[in-house]
Design a protein around this ligand. Structure first.
Ligand code: ADP
Ligand code: MG
Length: 365
């Protein structure tokens, strides 16, 4: 049984389709990272799941039970769902222990105290039980918010950009603690973030959302390495694109040839490959021969130097090099594709633009 099932869920605000007829399943104990640019509908989707918004169409099922749609409406307090928001929203006049106890209704005083102690111990916060929120750091406050959401042992946890207000170092730590706690308790979760690196790091699967729709849903590796369109490609990381022509089962580009994925062989439409900066090898031009690429920009990034090179065609590629390799601007060299996996092959963007629209790829035979 799925922990969560959305079936054709839609929500409009006036003429804005915040969530457009969306299907989504979440397995038992699964952590789904929901990522997308600001305004794409991530929070609306969480609010629909939590029962803070009512869908215009479709059904929401939690643990197999319909909670919205089909004429059913279960309010948030009867959905067995925990929520953690960006602004932790602790009650300022209650201590840590009282905050955590807040959602534990229907238990005796003794059982409640026991459950609070257990929940705080799980995240190493027992020593802070009697503090008030203003006596805690941001990271501690967010840990309390998480503990409060998990203490009632919800069937599902929703996290809406929970660590956006924490600085980078703290965020990494609290995120690791959160994941550990979710795994330990086996709680399935939808984790919303606008940070692609965070999505790749936390999700068993990643859903990339744009304008109310899920553009791609899958394990982190395929979403990163083989995005199905330019939006996902550029949102999930730095990406350049090179026109590619098929010669048998080989894709030929200006920066070398690569093995074509099986499902691409035989296509007759104009193609391009996605190239991420770590997939471009730079090789100095041999004595006397000019390389086909020229360095036009370099950017120091600490452990790495990002080189931008211009190819003969005028197209540009970025290449990430270890900090020990620095080719000055103006250097002529060879730039070559080096994938550790089948490349992402997309319909050629410029060809599609010339035609005025995107077409389904033509298939032979
Ligand atoms: P995200 O969380 O991805 O940034 P939201 O779900 O908050 O996006 O918003 C999606 C779209 O719906 C945006 O265009 C936003 O302006 C709109 N929207 C969100 N909440 C409301 C609301 N209560 N009333 C009207 N429009 C809203
Ligand atoms: Mg939001």
């Amino acid at each position: 049984m799925n922990a969560l099932e959305l079936d054709g869920v839609r929500k409009d605000y006036g003429t804005v389709p915040a969530v457009s007829t969306l299907d989504l399943n979440l397995g038992e104990g699964e952590i789904l990272a929901l990522v997308g640019p600001s305004g794409c509908g991530k929070s609306t989707l969480l609010r629909l799941i939590a029962g803070l918004e009512e869908p215009d169409a479709g059904t929401v099922r939690i643990g197999g039970d319909v909670v919205a749609g089909d004429g059913v409406w279960r309010p948030p307090e009867r959905r067995d769902v925990g929520i953690v928001f960006q602004d932790h929203a602790l009650f300022p006049h209650l201590t840590v222990a009282e905050n955590v106890a807040f959602g534990l209704t229907g238990l005796s005083g003794a059982r409640r105290r026991e459950r609070v102690a257990e929940a705080l111990a799980m995240i190493a916060m027992s020593h802070l039980a009697d503090r008030y929120p203003h006596e805690l750091s941001g990271g501690e406050q967010q840990r309390v918010a998480l503990t409060r959401a998990l203490a009632p042992r919800p069937e599902l946890l929703l996290l809406d950009e929970p660590f956006s207000n924490l600085d980078r170092h703290l965020r990494t730590q609290v995120r690791a603690d959160t994941l550990e706690l979710l795994r330990k308790t086996g709680t399935p979760a939808v984790f919303v973030t606008h940070d692609q690196a965070e999505a790749l790091a936390v999700g068993d699967r990643v859903a990339v959302m744009r304008a109310g729709r899920i553009e791609q849903l899958g394990a982190p590796e395929p979403v990163f390495h083989t995005p199905t369109n330019r939006f996902v490609a550029t949102f999930m990381g730095d990406a350049d694109f090179l026109p590619a022509t098929l010669a048998g089962d080989t894709l030929v580009t200006e920066a070398g040839s690569v093995q074509a994925p099986e499902d691409v062989v035989g296509r007759v439409d104009a193609l391009e490959v996605m190239v991420r900066p770590h997939e471009v090898v730079l090789r100095p031009a041999d004595d006397g021969t000019d390389g086909a690429a020229r360095v036009i920009d370099t950017e120091f990034q600490g452990g790495f130097i990002l080189h931008t090179v211009r190819l003969d065609s005028g197209r540009q590629l970025r290449s990430l090099q270890p900090h020990t390799t620095h080719y000055p601007i103006g250097t002529r060299l060879h730039a070559e594709l080096s994938y550790g996996h089948p490349p992402a092959v997309l319909p050629n963007h410029d060809a599609a633009a010339t035609n005025g629209h995107h077409r389904e790829p033509a298939r032979p035979r």
